[in-house]
Design a protein around this ligand. Sequence first.
Ligand code: HPA
Length: 291
Amino acid sequence: MTSRTQGPCDSSQTRPPISGELWSVDDAVQAIRDEVGDFAPEVMILLGSGLSGASTGADIYYTMPYDRIPGMAPARVVGHPGKLLFGSWANRTVVLFQGRNHWYEGHPWTRVTLPIQIAAHLGVGTVMLTNASGSLSPKLPPGSLVCIDDHLNFMGANPRVGVTSNDPSTLFPDLGEAYSRRLRDLLDDAAMMLGQSLHHGVYAAVSGPNYETPAEVRALRMLGADVVGMSTVGEVIVARQCGLECSAISCVTNMAAGMTSGAITHDEVVDIAHSVSLRLGSILDTTLRLL
Ligand code: HPA
């Protein structure tokens, strides 16, 4: 394979093909068009670990499992159904990704961020991401919902490495307001209307797949992070480069390592995420109505 475009939303940007990648964003979009026709979503929502139940308010017209989308892999991590849903929610046309392909699973960044690139190609303007995280603050116990104001990328990687462009403004995306002020305000308004508490904080992204050591947790706290997780920032970086307006809500599923006794387990993460998903869904629903 030589020069197929893997660059996100602008065909002037290309990246060298990654060995073994036999698909392009165009193939993924074509497969969707073949099944779903001319669907024009306004909003893309991605539901992370254990959070798929948040979408019960949506009216779904069509479902595509990830393995029918070239480039996407079936979700392998428990709590990630691996389905792309097309529908309407609170009078907005939406695409809903239930589950992620993660970098820690060994997927290339082109696959991890493919949902964003698909959304951009389908004409989405607004992205709402969700994830599960560990808390770095006693003020954020498990079950807390945190509107992400900003992030620290400690994944040791960046999805844009290798993308080339003659236009410096697209090659070096500005992340001064990675998480839209407007959307954060709407999320606050929605939570207030519902009488729910929505915290705010900085999300530190690490590669995983192990949970952190207590020393790493102390370091992340000193550096200004409030929650820690293994996703989201790659998607946000690509979404901003595509000019999409982004927001993200993190669901605290556990206190981070060393902050309480006992080991962190994925079962606990998924259980707590399940238990807050209806609350998360109501905030998303009301925010969609306010958009
Ligand atoms: N650390 C990293 N990622 C996570 C955690 C955590 O404690 N909990 C849920 N995702």
